[in-house]
Design a protein around this ligand. Structure first.
Ligand code: ZN
Length: 503
């Protein structure tokens, strides 16, 4: 029998080890941030080596016998306690990492870098044929990884678990079926002959765009003492093991208002979550958001439920008109509001609106699960892709670059990642509803440019918990029920029903 003292010592040593791993991972994140923002092109070779070295040290510390022994001797602290959660998360990481043979890990990583290079070229040439064999290899490696990781019902569950712990394919099938049933008929009845987005195109100086969006995200509560914003090609939010330094990145288009503005709100939403985590969780597995889906719910909540709402623009549109009098001086509120919520079927996922976005995800979800089940071959993908685009969105992509080749995820081996976008969308409305249920004055506050009640509620009920609870438990604690598509579908029906006179 292991004595209480030995357990306490083991837990202490385990925490110290996890803190060291967290420091190494945070240092890697700083190097990655620098690579994406300021590093000159010549730095790439050296930076790749630095990241590979740190990644190896972090991995070796995690999978070492020493970590295994400490996990065994650390005992079972009272369930629900922070220590119990730390051990649960450390065990999960340890088991996922030790179940994959080193040979498979390095083969996946090698295949990823080759496949990403091949994908970039294939997309530039719109040439599926030159990418197919790389994807075949990646799919078979993913299948192998799922077998090593283990699962109860479906190999997809093993991969999904990396992004959305505890989530299952059977549950996602159910969620997507509900969305499809309501959304496909709505999408099919959208008018196709209008250019509602026209008001958002004009001349927008970068400095003024930045001033305007900075004022908005500062009002949301983004803390510049614990963050900063820089520019990149593909915006992201990144933190370094604590809520003390949570950075966002953005992009600009001098002729398109939405390009910078909504991307900035999106990343600020991710950042509010990270900045809100209990600082006591720093350097532990509890720091940071709990899952990709819950994280995305917060970027979408601030971007869409707040940033594309009538109350929000009731307050901000006069300010926007004053900032860009040439572009918006003559555009009435209603036309502007309709432009920011323009909905129509389109080829590209990342440019899709709220109403059509999830059909892009459903399509990818169905294809990647079929690939994994070997019900679909890589050779058949372009054809099935186009058939499903017709079925859900009534369009056929112009070419493969704007169709099956548009996303990097499969080349990168990110199987199981796509559904977290839709989980985030669904959850954004459920969380917002719960906040308004607790504080019915929130929409009026937003109309006065006040966000403290909303952010305060999110902080108290969601953000501060970090990764303390399993995602499904956190959703129930925060909203009072398990994941539910009803608030999201009601939101879409109300908003787009009104905008487009949909039945
Ligand atoms: Zn996001």
């Amino acid at each position: 029998m292991i004595s209480m003292n030995t357990q306490k010592d083991a837990l202490q040593l385990l925490k110290e080890r996890l803190a060291t791993i967290s420091d190494i991972d945070a240092a890697m994140a700083v190097l990655t941030w620098d690579q994406q923002t300021y590093m000159p092109a010549g730095g790439i070779a050296g930076r790749s080596e630095q990241l590979a070295t740190l990644s190896q040290i972090s991995h070796e510390m995690l999978v070492s016998d020493e970590t295994g022994k400490l996990l065994e001797s650390a005992g079972e602290p009272a369930s629900g306690s922070e220590d119990a959660a730390i051990i649960r998360l450390a065990r999960r990481d340890y088991e996922r990492a030790t179940r994959l043979p080193a040979r498979l890990v390095s083969e996946i990583s090698r295949t990823r870098s080759v496949a990403q290079g091949a994908w970039e070229k294939a997309r530039a040439d719109s040439d599926w044929g030159s990418f197919a064999s790389h994807l075949e290899k990646m799919v078979s490696l993913q299948r192998e990884a799922a077998e090593h990781l283990g699962y109860e019902d479906h190999p997809y569950d093993a991969l999904l678990d990396a992004y959305e712990p505890g989530e299952k394919k059977a549950h996602l099938d159910h969620m997507f079926a509900g969305l499809k049933e309501t959304l496909v008929p709505m999408i099919k009845s959208l008018p196709t002959d209008e250019d509602r987005e026209a008001p958002l195109h004009g001349n927008f100086g970068e400095r003024k765009q930045e001033e305007f969006s900075t004022a908005v995200i500062s009002a949301f509560g983004y803390d510049w003492e614990r963050g900063r914003q820089d520019r990149v090609a593909h915006p992201f939010c990144i933190s370094f093991g604590s809520p003390g330094d949570v950075r966002i990145t953005t992009r600009f288009d001098p002729e398109w208002f939405s390009y910078h503005f909504f991307a900035t709100l999106h990343e600020a939403g991710h950042a509010l979550y990270e900045q809100g985590v209990n600082p006591a969780y720093s350097r532990t597995p509890l720091s940071g958001g709990v899952s990709m889906g819950v994280h995305e719910s917060q970027s979408r909540l601030w971007e869409n439920l707040v940033g594309r709402s009538r109350p929000f623009w009731t307050f901000y549109y006069p300010k926007l008109q004053a900032t860009f009098p040439e572009a918006f001086g003559e555009v009435d509120f209603e036309s502007f509001y309709r432009a920011t919520n323009a909905a129509y079927p389109s080829e590209i996922r990342t440019e899709a609106d709220e109403l059509t976005y999830n059909m892009h995800i459903l399509l990818r979800y169905e294809l990647e699960t079929s690939l994994l089940e070997e019900k679909l071959s890589v050779a058949e993908l372009p054809e099935v892709w186009n058939a499903k685009m017709q079925q859900y969105l009534s369009i056929t992509p112009k070419n493969e670059a704007r169709g099956v080749l548009q996303d990097v995820h499969w080349a990168a081996g990110l199987f199981g990642y796509f559904p977290t976008y839709t989980l985030g969308n669904v959850l954004s409305a459920q969380v917002f509803d719960a906040a308004v249920g607790a504080h019915p004055e929130i929409p009026e506050d937003i109309e006065r440019g006040k966000f403290d009640t909303l952010r305060g509620w999110l902080q108290e009920n969601l953000y501060r918990h970090g990764s303390l609870y399993e995602p499904q438990d956190l959703i129930e604690r925060t909203t009072g029920k398990p994941l539910d598509t009803a608030p999201y579908l009601n939101y879409l029906k109300a908003k787009f029903g009104e905008l487009y006179d949909l039945a």
